[in-house]
Design a protein. Structure first.
Length: 207
């Protein structure tokens, strides 16, 4: 799954196909010297990479904006009538839950929901969301069950984060949707594409 919209993926695929055809034509041109082929390949590569990077960059900016919007919906006090007072209360709640262990956090969430202390529940929800552990998902589910209008935003954010993934996902996305440098343009000692040593993960383990 990629964070890139389907139309952007289609445009990139078309441009990669066009680039591949250009490479074939240049490599098979009997009228070009090896140096001439390299120059034309460099020009074709630069053009294709610039276009694809622009498509990917525009999509990334849109995703960044959407992620920020969803995080504001879920983790800010923008929906509170008195935002100044709510911000103070929310910071206090965040400080209160910061060092909690899972069992204590579960118990505190139960009390917060019983007393309708939404800001405390929200602070616990945020803490649980940021823990890459299935165990903390019980707190996430408890909050979303109590405040079902937030589930749509939470689901969208979870899907978006899953699509963006960690370093391994970014590597795969680069291989799938990036323009790879032709062999003629690589230095002999240039490192081949390698998988990262380990993927980095962030945020709630959604699945």
């Amino acid at each position: 799954m990629s964070y890139l919209p389907g139309d952007v993926q289609a445009k990139i695929a078309n441009r990669k196909t066009e680039f591949a055809q250009q490479l074939t034509e240049i490599r098979e041109d009997p009228n070009l010297s090896e140096a001439g082929k390299r120059r034309k390949i460099q020009a074709a590569y630069d053009s294709a990479k610039t276009e694809v990077d622009k498509l990917r960059g525009g999509a990334k900016e849109a995703v960044d904006r959407r992620q920020a919007e969803l995080e504001r919906v879920l983790f800010s006090v923008a929906d509170q009538r008195d935002q100044v007072a709510a911000a103070v209360s929310y910071r206090d709640a965040q400080d209160r839950v910061a060092g909690l262990r899972l069992d204590d956090a579960v118990n505190l969430m139960q009390r917060a929901l019983k007393t309708d202390d939404e800001l405390l529940a929200r602070a616990l929800f945020q803490k649980a969301w940021e823990h890459p552990s299935e165990a903390w998902s019980t707190i996430v589910e408890a909050y979303l069950s109590a405040y079902p209008l937030r589930r749509k935003a939470a689901t969208e954010l979870a899907d978006l984060l899953d699509a963006r993934g960690g370093s391994t996902a970014r590597f795969v996305d680069e291989m799938r949707h990036g323009i790879q440098k032709p062999s003629e343009l690589r230095k002999r000692n240039e490192a081949s594409d390698e998988l990262p040593d380990r993927p980095d993960t962030g945020g709630w383990m959604h699945r």
